[in-house]
Design a protein around this ligand. Structure first.
Ligand SMILES: [Zn+2]
Length: 743
């Protein structure tokens, strides 16, 4: 039998295998060229060290401060271009692609020219002519390196990875050969010139094989937009640069260029191993991101913990081996470096700290944990530590290269440990550790006797900038007694009404505060701390409810099930603006009477204007008038006594009346993530809310999860009009119940 596949499927299969081949080829090219270059680059490094000697090597490393600007003298244009052009590409927006490309690349060219001119100008300030010439050469090298960087970015955007590795390989190989051959004759000039030559070769190679339609142009609006994206992206790089610059400038200014030669010599050896160790992490990064994606946090933690331990142990074992190798080999092969042996040996101690934070950093920067803004802080503090160490040593007249290296050790240790700390705090504590205790108490929803205990303190706090909030949350409780009661807005967070634990039923997921709150306390709490809630009660647009997305989606949810029953009286509790009811009246039931239960006196005028009657100020209340429909949105979780509340709601409904409930959904990630929300007394899952209403003879007509997820909320995703609709694991539960006969 001959079964032929439709051509479209066939072509798909072919494409896929081509795609897979391409990925494998790219990967092999990238890793292969890196590995193949390693021996020759080591040889090059050896030759440079041997022929320059500590003094010239020190000069070379200070001249490198100029070349380092290629990485650290950045405004992030290339990174932003890679991200933005990729995005515009995906949307097939040709015009925007061109606009972003032209503006980003042109800005980068201007930046390169500015740095070049700055370098040339600075060369005028040096008395030594040879230093001036070296700075000019290095500045020219910086300029062409930055220009070739643009082409490199473009090649990456066009996914020409094979081309990139080819160019990298050939230019690096040629450069190494040039240096190896020329250094014995031209010394330091050969090395500095080599950078220039390499980049020029790369530029020529890229221009020959890369199609592009770039033209010099800067669009002011686009420039501003790119800057707003690129500045946060470059922050990490810049703060990292601050450390590297502090390191070198301190050594050269306090200890001199020969010391810098010895200093960099030691760390160059360490770096050979760090590069090797980091390659292991590169391979693992994707694994970690994938495991985070499928929420296998235990697996992520196992990788991070085991492999970090392995690499750190590897580093520790290498220290004595390298210590003795340096002792034995340096006097034989590099006799002029013998003075630096001890410094080089000491810098080996940094090795474990260099490999320790890398896995943690991957997790900290993942979209789940999303705390990459912590990295610049750590870099800045460790740079400050290094600077203080250096000046303290100088103050006590103990400054030597060896002691400075120990200062570096302290700063590196701080940096590594701070990242491990962030990993523990933001990932391990929230997603890996069983962050709960268990016990017995009967669940009022399902009668189960086992519960988990979670801290509610995660969800209390100040709103405002993240940093200020964390700081304030940490300190506020200690100052509670000092804050007068009249300072309500502040007191709201220092007061202890809602502090403590929440007991969450391990069967249905219903949670309630461990500490029983008394009615008086609750009234005082709202009275004192929330009465000034900045609610806009004077709305100039009388049709505002037509555009309110929550009202629109809530009405959509109930509309069909309300059918065409003769609604006459409807009630909203905790109403505020009562937008959904107004929408219901405007769209479907023009004749109905709207009632609200709302304590705020400031609403009187608003209700009068909108023909809304205030049925009661406080819940619970009794009424002879019964309602066919009761609407509650983000209200039930604040009720003092859940069972009593449901009994009263039942009593207010006419036979067969309907009840709409919208509450926060605490089933997914809620107890793991720190997210400030209003003080709640009850915590619901879909199962819990269904069960508790069933106990009081309500039939659930419809229930579901809506809005964005808790995790997105935690990552700062803004709720827009588009995401008030259904969404698996959404942060809100919406449900519609119908009162049944209790017989
Ligand atoms: Zn339960």
């Amino acid at each position: 039998m001959n079964m032929s596949l439709p051509t479209s499927i066939k072509s798909l299969i072919v494409n896929q295998s081509i795609f897979r081949q391409k990925v494998v080829k790219d990967f092999a090219a990238v890793v292969g060229s890196e590995l193949a270059l390693r021996p020759i680059q080591l040889l090059k490094e050896f030759i440079v060290i041997k022929f320059l000697g500590p003094a010239d090597y020190g000069i070379l490393k200070s001249i490198e401060l100029v070349q380092m600007l290629n990485k650290y003298g950045t405004l992030g244009f290339k990174a932003a271009a890679a991200r933005e052009i990729g995005d515009a590409f995906g949307k097939k927006d040709q015009k925007r692609t061109t606009l972003v490309r032209n503006t980003a690349y042109s800005s980068e060219i201007i930046l390169a020219l500015v740095l070049f001119v700055a370098g040339i100008t600075s060369s005028l300030f040096f008395e030594s002519r040879s230093i001036s010439i070296l700075i000019i050469l290095a500045s020219a090298g910086l300029l062409v390196t930055k220009l070739s960087g643009i082409l490199y970015t473009e090649a990456g955007i066009q996914k020409r990875f094979f081309l990139i590795s080819k160019v990298t390989f050939i230019t690096s190989l040629l450069a190494s050969i040039i240096v190896i051959v020329a250094v014995p004759f031209f010394k330091i000039y050969a090395v500095v010139l080599m950078n220039f030559v390499t980049s020029v070769m790369a530029i020529i190679y890229y221009l020959k094989s890369l199609k592009h339609n770039y033209s010099f142009m800067i669009d002011g609006k686009e420039f501003k937009r790119i800057l707003s994206i690129s500045v946060p992206l470059m922050f990490v790089t810049l703060s990292q640069g601050a450390f590297k610059y502090a390191e070198r400038i301190l050594v050269i200014s306090l200890l001199g260029k020969v010391a810098l030669g010895f200093y960099v010599f030691g760390f160059m050896m360490v770096n050979q191993f760090v590069t090797l160790f980091k390659a292991a992490i590169k391979v693992r990064t994707q694994d970690i991101y994938e495991a985070i994606g499928r929420e296998d946090f235990q697996y992520v933690h196992r990788i991070v913990f085991k492999e970090t331990l392995l690499l750190v142990c590897g580093g520790v074992i290498l220290i004595p081996i390298m210590w003795f190798s340096i002792q034995m080999l340096v006097p034989v092969f590099l006799p002029q470096w013998s003075e630096g042996i001890y410094a080089a040996q000491l810098s080996l101690l940094v090795l474990p700290f260099q490999v320790m934070p890398n896995y943690s950093a991957v997790v900290i920067e993942s979209s789940l944990v999303n705390q990459q803004k912590k990295l610049p802080v750590s870099y800045a503090i460790s740079a400050a530590t290094l600077i203080s160490c250096a000046y303290l040593l100088r103050w006590f007249d103990r400054l030597s290269l060896e002691n400075f290296i120990l200062g570096n050790l302290v700063a590196s240790a701080y940096f590594s440990l701070s990242l491990v700390f962030y990993y523990k705090k933001y990932f391990y504590n929230n997603f890996v550790r069983e962050n709960k205790t268990t016990g017995f108490r009967e669940c009022i929803v399902c009668g189960n006797t086992h519960y988990c205990k979670y801290k509610y303190d995660y969800h209390l706090g100040f709103s405002g900038p993240e940093k200020a909030r964390q700081f304030a949350n940490l300190l506020a409780p200690y100052f509670d007694s000092l804050i007068p009661k009249s300072a309500g807005k502040l007191k709201r967070f220092t007061g202890n009404v809602f502090k403590g634990n929440v007991l969450v039923c391990s069967s249905c997921g219903y949670g309630t505060l461990d500490r029983q709150i008394r009615e008086r306390e609750l009234i005082d709490y709202y009275d004192q701390y929330w009465h000034f809630r900045d609610v806009e009660t004077k709305i100039s647009n009388p049709n505002d409810f037509l555009e309110e997305p929550r009202a629109i989606y809530q009405l959509q949810f109930v509309r069909e099930l309300l059918g065409n029953r003769g609604l006459s009286n409807v009630l909203e509790i905790g109403a505020g603006r009562a937008l959904t009811l107004q929408l219901l009246r405007a769209k479907n039931f023009p004749e109905i009477n709207l009632f609200v239960c709302e304590p705020g006196p400031e609403w009187s005028e608003y209700y009068a204007e909108r023909k809304i009657q205030r049925g009661a100020k406080f819940f619970p209340f009794k009424s002879d008038l019964k309602f066919e429909y009761i609407h509650t949105s983000h209200w039930l979780e604040h009720a003092l006594d859940l069972e009593e509340t449901i009994v009263v709601l039942r009593d207010l409904l006419s036979p067969g009346g309907m009840l709409f409930v919208e509450v926060p959904n605490t089933e997914h990630d809620y107890w793991q993530l720190h997210e400030v929300d209003h003080p709640h007394i009850h915590f619901f899952t879909q199962s819990a809310i269904q069960k508790v209403f069933k106990r009081f003879f309500f039939r659930c007509l419809k229930i579901g999860e809506y809005g964005i997820t808790m995790r997105e909320r935690n990552q700062g995703v803004q709720i827009t009009e588009a995401n008030f609709g259904p969404r698996p694991k959404g942060f809100w539960i919406r449900a519609l119940f119908q009162k049944q006969s209790d017989k």
